[in-house]
Design a protein around this ligand. Structure first.
Ligand code: AMP
Length: 380
């Protein structure tokens, strides 16, 4: 398993990642970060949810801190263009978290809110500017923004930019950027128009592609049991009585929930282990190793702990709790259809989770079939 320590990132950044609970890089991070740290341009085919924000922000933070230049008034040393204000705000939050303690300055510029604070933020210059194209152009036209110190440019979600009609704005902005710079372009898809823009923007880029996990959803047999919360432990054991089920990843919402499930299974001598942020790195690696080697059948995890871990032989994913964020559901069940395999995903949904189920079904555009086998199980 690769970990972040294998990249030459500053210790302060590694510390920030550990504090955030990231144990290992996601595939896009693993593939992109080394090239970006080498100063290469990058074409990243990846969508939101893959960890692409950290993939581009970490090398930027590392570079800007290391070369210790200071932004002059109205200048930025790196520009991240993204289509929506939600994404801009989210990227800024991430940048702040990852660069904690380094003293880098970031700012956001997007429409729909007062312009004055954004103008004021630019007055002294910033290290990292995250912006949506329309409002940025307004500020450029009013003379509040200059690009002669720009070193790194990121065009995020390029295909959505195209859909939202931002391409002309982007072209205007790009014309103002210094020719010598590091450029990254991220897009979930690669229609011709984007390929053409990529050709113009990028110099000898590395190409990195990660398959969106959502495309595997169709291959997975999904079902949901509408079950009372108190019956979940018994039903889990009931499912595990089927010895043909060899490797099961169980997701719980909380770390304590994960420990509770393991204690419960152990009472019935079902070998299991939990991985989550309260366990030491050693304990997590041991649990993962035992699971991969088939020594334990059941691995119980929280979303955070399971991100980025690559286990290709999982046959069943059980959502002991449904996740609040529907994207997490896609990530979770994507664990069981790796490398062309098919898999089974069973979700336990109690009354309080019906709203999460609705959100999930809306996202994946599939009505998950309801299974009633818990109604006929023996409760001993
Ligand atoms: P993004 O695709 O950048 O929007 O990231 C999706 C989610 O994954 C965000 O909630 C990030 O905080 C989280 N994330 C990014 N990298 C990692 C990692 N290496 N380990 C765990 N979570 C991560």
């Amino acid at each position: 398993m690769t970990d972040f320590n294998s990249f030459s990132l500053l210790p302060t950044i590694l510390e920030a990642l550990a504090n955030k609970g990231y144990t290992s890089p996601t595939p896009i991070q693993e593939q992109a970060i080394p090239h970006l740290l080498n100063g290469r341009d990058l074409l990243g085919i990846a969508q939101t949810g893959t960890g692409k924000t950290a993939a581009f922000s970490l090398p930027i933070i590392n570079r800007l801190f290391t070369d210790k230049k200071k932004a002059k008034p109205a200048r930025m040393r790196s520009l991240i263009l993204t289509p929506t204000r939600e994404l801009a705000a989210q990227i800024n939050d991430n940048v702040k978290t990852y660069s904690k303690g380094l003293g880098l300055k970031s700012a956001v510029i997007y429409g729909g809110v007062a312009q004055k604070p954004q103008v004021e933020a630019m007055v002294r210059g910033v290290d990292i500017l995250i912006a949506t194209p329309g409002r940025l152009l307004d500020l450029i036209n009013e003379g509040h923004v200059l690009f002669d110190q720009l070193e790194v440019f990121v065009l995020d979600e390029a295909d959505r930019m195209l859909d939202m009609g931002f391409i002309r704005d982007i072209e205007k902005i790009v014309k103002l950027l210094p020719a010598v710079r590091q450029t990254m372009l991220f897009s979930a898809t690669m229609p011709n128009d984007i390929a053409r823009i990529a050709n113009k923007l990028l110099k000898n880029p590395e190409r990195v592609e990660v398959t969106p996990e959502s495309t595997t959803v169709e291959k997975i047999e999904q079902k949901v049991n509408m079950i009372d919360g108190t019956l979940k432990p018994i039903f889990l054991k009931h499912i595990l009585k089927d010895q043909s089920i060899k490797s099961v990843l169980v997701f719980t919402r909380t770390k304590h929930g994960a420990d509770r499930v393991v204690r419960h299974l152990e009472k019935d001598r079902i070998q299991s282990a939990a991985i989550h942020g309260n366990k030491s790195q050693n304990a997590r690696e041991r649990a993962l190793g035992d699971f991969k080697a088939g020594k334990i059948r059941v691995l119980v995890a929280t979303d955070i702990a399971a991100r980025g871990i690559d286990i290709s032989q999982v046959s069943h994913v059980i959502n002991y709790n449904l996740p609040e964020d529907p994207k997490s559901y896609v990530h979770r069940i994507g664990r069981t259809a790796r490398a062309g395999r098919s898999g089974v995903a069973i979700s336990f949904c109690d009354e309080s989770e019906v709203k999460f189920l609705k959100g999930i079904e809306k996202l994946i555009n599939i009505k998950i079939p309801v299974d009633k086998s818990h109604l006929s199980m023996h409760r001993n």
